[in-house]
Design a protein around this ligand. Structure first.
Ligand code: S3P
Length: 168
């Protein structure tokens, strides 16, 4: 049985890599944000606007608890997911965690281009975004760095990733 969690900052490419990896390895793919939206009949921006971040984090925890029982799956988690409650431990206990550790400058470029609505960074200029990424990464690194594996090169091959996981 295989359960892989991809973790990392917004824009680090968790969903893009997750879909490819799942297909390559013959696993199911789940995007945690989409799962959470379907389970709650609301979009993430709606949850943030109507109920606030704290409530969103509780729903995120609930979604993670459910997903931690899925088998043969690659799960692309939300960027903040490992950093609240003891989520990173739950992931580490129930699967293999891979941190997509991507350069903040690349994250900023990608997020400026992205069409996905993300309440935490909505309306920020490039400069504000760079500052926000730096500040949040300072807090989040403590959690991200607890992942079993790290990928720093966005072009790391799927084969290499699977070998890395299967080695231990
Ligand atoms: C968040 C990241 C988002 C989403 C929400 C909050 C965060 O997911 O869960 O907007 O706190 O970093 P992505 O990493 O898929 O953008």
């Amino acid at each position: 049985m295989m359960r892989i969690y991809l973790i990392g900052y917004m824009g680090s490419g968790k969903s893009t890599l997750g879909k490819k990896l799942a297909k390559y390895a013959g696993l199911q793919f789940v995007d945690m944000d989409h799962y959470l939206e379907e389970r709650n009949y609301k979009t993430i921006p709606q949850i943030f606007a109507e109920e606030g971040e704290a409530e969103f984090r509780k729903k995120e925890r609930k979604a993670l608890e459910e997903l931690s029982e899925f088998s043969d799956v690659v799960i692309a988690t939300g960027g903040g997911a490992p950093c609240f409650f003891d989520n990173v431990h739950l992931m580490n206990r129930t699967g293999k965690t891979i941190y997509l550790n991507i350069d903040p400058g690349i994250l900023a470029d990608r997020l400026m281009e992205s069409k996905t609505e993300r309440p935490l960074i909505k309306g920020k200029s490039k400069e504000e975004l760079i500052h926000f990424i730096d500040e949040t990464l300072k807090k989040r690194n403590e959690f991200y760095s607890q992942a079993h594996y790290q990928i720093t090169d966005p072009d790391t091959g799927l084969d290499e990733i699977l070998k890395m996981i299967e080695r231990d």
